[in-house]
Design a protein around this ligand. Sequence first.
Ligand SMILES: NC(=O)c1ccc[n+]([C@@H]2O[C@H](COP(=O)([O-])OP(=O)(O)OC[C@H]3O[C@@H](n4cnc5c(N)ncnc54)[C@H](O)[C@@H]3O)[C@@H](O)[C@H]2O)c1
Length: 255
Amino acid sequence: MLLSDKVIVVTGGNSGIGAAICKAAAAEGAKVVIDYVAHEDATEQLVNEIKGAGGEATGVEADISKPDDLHRMMQTAVDTYGRLDVLVNNAGIETRQSLLDSTEDDYDKVMAVNMKSAFFASQAAAKQFIAQRTPGLILNISSVHEDWPMPGNIAYCVSKGGMRMLARTAGVELGPHGIRMVNIAPGAVDTPINASTTSNTELLGKLTDAIPLHRVAEPSDIADVVVFLASGKASYMTSTTVVVDGGIMQGSVGL
Ligand SMILES: NC(=O)c1ccc[n+]([C@@H]2O[C@H](COP(=O)([O-])OP(=O)(O)OC[C@H]3O[C@@H](n4cnc5c(N)ncnc54)[C@H](O)[C@@H]3O)[C@@H](O)[C@H]2O)c1
């Protein structure tokens, strides 16, 4: 198995991409800590599914926009499984508002959940790796919008752009400690965050037409890349982004 006995914390792990990461990591032998802020029932169901398949998992309720909750989440991993090996900053929200429409409150919420949480969770994880004297890995589920403008969703793009520089800069700072930091930038994935698009036949058609592979991603397409990056097969990758977008960022109109 690729992740035997590694302890992995996944924020927002009870839904969409996070849930797929939890299942894929557990199937490869990892011990999984599933952070959630809502839907305790979904977390319990996921823990039971992983345990039923012979894996190990535990849920922890923590609002990752609050640094105290973040520290409690990390401590749960250490108390339950004795150590931390991989942090996945996955939880995220969007408001779908333009610069002219955004309120300070909307902006603060998006930045707190997407960016501030990744910053301070990464800090807490790095301190734990250094205290353990072990190499460690921090993965950010950013987005193609860490680089690619999405008009009408500006706070989201700003937060993901911040994650891009977080991985670049923290990866350089933490490299001497043997700690790696890598972003995964998904394109369009079939999860609840995208429900307004994927449940609308016309919008879904336009979207798939713009994707060279002509389909939106399944959450497992992203989880497979997490498993690869967390395995010994990617040990020279840090301070960079892996784009998993079916080619959408290179798509052309083809006139
Ligand atoms: N679905 C896509 O097309 C897509 C594309 C690119 C990037 N992403 C990113 O992938 C990540 C996962 O999104 P998803 O598509 O699985 O959507 P999702 O809505 O299914 O999952 C988001 C998760 O984050 C959790 N969350 C929100 N606020 C939180 C908080 N304060 N504390 C703890 N957890 C919180 C939610 O409860 C949920 O579990 C997000 O960061 C998103 O920006 C998604």
